[in-house]
Ligand binder design. Structure first.
Ligand code: COS
Length: 383
């Protein structure tokens, strides 16, 4: 749903200009230094990127899913590391508070998230619990008006910069599955939290992940999301479901960028006395990529519109995440192929995108998890 087309057009053109003029020229320096320059972070805050999905009454832009997807198509046209910095706040880090938090929790945290004053991270994955999220081992034991948290969270995006974590921990040790899990808002400066070193990754330089270790960390009982124990897994699933459309939209944007770069190169580059774009084998790669980007884009818009209408989009969100991220991987591969030897060299940037987009098929639910969700839903509907 687009609430006001004119306002949306203004937002999209300002994001698009920001991407073109500020982010694209900084891609190389971010990859080299593994840091996003401070002035860019400041500008991201100024144009409201941290508050895209936070409701207007808490200081954000309150974008609908369709509007958010359109913005992500634009944001995708540069290194995905930029999106990562505000993406956890806009998405999985804050959505649990928005969806299931109390009005006190919303009032306390959302306005500071919307301005980018604090960053939110989502702490679900553990050394032994990734795809099987319900098997998590971090414990939260009630002690008076606090919970005492112990455990290790792994590969947590933005952990080194987070102001708060949406933490999933087991409050009922008797229930080893989803029902024993609760979600908490944990302030990052709470005693008992240690952030590990930056993980060394294949790509996404400039976006940082790390372990978060909780040792007898006392979290106020008032910070349990939803007010009661045992709801945390469902909160996490709802958050991830929305996140799947968001990631699919980013994958579409990055695929468009890579295809655009590959097309320009194919038109520019000459071999056998003609543009390589005139060779039918190159044209096939361009055409297949165009059609697949178009298909993924249509899927994302459809799923987003359905979600905005209040429909259950569990299946559609997983279809989008699976198709768009796999498509993005294929487009990356073809783009490197069209660039040929230059595609393997770091100065052209396409090899960086090739490495960056590999993550899309893994995080926020791997392709195999999406397949499970889709098939389970189909079987359930069939009775
Ligand atoms: N919305 C609301 N509730 C949901 C839900 C959703 N999208 N998905 C599941 N639930 C509910 C179920 O209805 C069930 O509730 P009841 O017990 O009341 O019936 C509960 O959550 C447990 O669901 P389920 O039995 O399907 O849990 P499983 O342990 O079988 O796990 C998968 C299901 C595999 C789909 C889940 O663990 C998953 O998504 N894993 C991937 C996690 C992930 O994305 N990790 C990436 C790192 S985090 S960035």
């Amino acid at each position: 749903m687009i609430r006001d087309q004119e306002t949306m057009n203004t937002l999209l053109s300002s994001v698009s200009r920001f991407v073109r003029e500020r982010l694209v020229p900084a891609e190389e320096i971010v990859a080299e230094t593994d840091e996003i320059p401070e002035d860019i972070v400041r500008d991201m805050k100024e144009i409201g990127l941290f508050g895209l999905t936070i409701p207007e009454n808490y200081g954000g832009l309150g974008l609908t899913m369709e509007e958010e997807s359109l913005v992500m198509f634009e944001m995708g046209k540069t290194s995905p590391a930029f999106r990562s910095l505000f993406g956890t706040t806009v998405g999985i880090g804050s959505q649990g508070i928005l969806m299931d938090g109390s009005s006190e929790q919303k009032e306390k945290y959302l306005p500071r998230l919307a301005t980018g004053e604090i960053i939110a991270s989502f702490a679900l994955t553990e050394p032994e619990a990734g795809s099987d999220a319900a098997s998590l081992r971090t414990t939260a034991v009630r002690d008076g008006d606090h919970y005492v948290v112990n455990g290790t969270k792994r590969y947590i995006t933005n952990a080194p910069h987070a102001g708060i974590f949406t933490l999933m921990a087991r409050t009922n040790p008797q229930d080893k599955g989803a029902g024993g899990v609760s979600a908490f808002i944990v302030e990052a400066d709470t005693p008992g939290i240690t952030i590990g070193k930056y993980d060394k990754k294949m790509g996404h330089r400039g976006a940082h992940t790390a372990d978060v270790i909780f040792e007898n960390c006392r979290v106020p009982a008032a910070n349990i999301i939803g007010g009661v124990e045992g709801k945390g897994f469902k909160t996490a699933m709802k958050v991830l479901e929305k996140g799947r459309i968001h990631i699919a939209a980013i994958a579409v944007g990055v695929a468009e960028r890579m295809l655009d770069d590959a097309l320009k190169y194919a038109v520019d580059r000459k071999q056998f006395n003609q543009r390589i774009a005139d060779f039918q084998l190159v044209q096939a790669m361009l055409a297949d990529s165009k059609a697949e980007v178009y298909a993924a884009k249509c899927m994302v818009i459809d799923a987003a519109q359905r979600r905005d209408r209040g429909e259950n989009v569990s299946t559609e969100a997983s279809c989008c995440k699976m198709f768009a991220t796999e498509m993005c991987g294929r487009v990356a591969d073809r783009a490197v192929q069209i660039f040929g030897g230059a595609g393997y060299m770091s100065e052209y940037g396409i090899e960086r995108f090739y490495r960056d987009v590999r993550l899309f098929r893994i995080y926020e639910g791997s392709t195999q998890i999406q397949q499970i969700v889709i098939a389970r839903n189909m079987i359930k509907e069939c009775g």
